[in-house]
Design a protein. Structure first.
Length: 205
């Protein structure tokens, strides 16, 4: 069975605290659902009170994405872009929503639009790299991650993404270099630690 490389798919990292008892798992899930519901309720009220602005639509869409409702988020983000065609966050969030929906060509399209608006932000390059990687376009994916690293060499998402590409293409030494760099940036990151363990398994096969 092929094991999955841990990619960072969401632009806003979420911290999940592991709890031991089953009851606490249920309680934690209930709290997270309440947070999402509260964000959605607040977002809907803000859209109602400020229907002419792009930001409220984008904020509500971000809440939908967190709640796993990316299809609904797409419609909101398109409305945000119609309100303000230069609103970077809407394009970037739309690219992320399309990644979640598995529509990678659209994710690439809107990540590129975000980059046109703000080429100094590393996050859209990371989203672009993930979309390319999902399509198996590893040369383009690596180029996108490297563009992000040129802006911020210590962006753990881009560093881990580059490591993923090298592991996927069989360059295990370079993969190890990037994963170790990611661990140096954040020694507590479980996704990177999982990738390092998977890399060791692959190298021993």
């Amino acid at each position: 069975m092929k094991k999955n490389i841990r990619l960072f798919l969401i632009s806003i990292p979420r911290l999940i605290i592991p709890l031991l008892a089953t009851g606490f798992f249920a309680f934690s899930s209930h709290l997270r659902n309440n947070v999402w519901e509260n964000d959605i309720t607040l977002g809907e009220k803000t859209v109602e009170s400020s229907p002419g602005k792009a930001r409220p639509y984008d904020n509500l869409a971000a809440a939908y994405i967190k709640a796993g409702r990316s299809e609904e988020a797409v419609a909101l983000l398109i409305r945000a872009i119609n309100k303000d065609p230069q609103y970077y966050e809407a394009y970037h969030d739309l690219a992320n929503a399309y990644i979640n929906l598995g529509i990678y060509a659209n994710a690439i399209k809107y990540a590129k639009e975000a980059i046109k608006i703000d080429s100094s932000s590393p996050t859209a390059y990371i989203t672009l790299g993930i979309a390319y990687a999902k399509l198996g376009m590893f040369v383009d994916a690596l180029s996108a991650f490297n563009s992000s690293l040129a802006i911020n060499p210590n962006n753990i998402y881009a560093v881990n993404g580059a490591g993923n590409i090298y592991m996927e293409t069989g360059d295990y030494d370079k993969a190890a270099y990037y994963y170790q760099k990611a661990m140096d940036i954040d020694p507590t990151n479980n996704d990177v630690a999982d990738n390092l363990r998977l890399l060791k398994v692959k190298k021993n096969q």
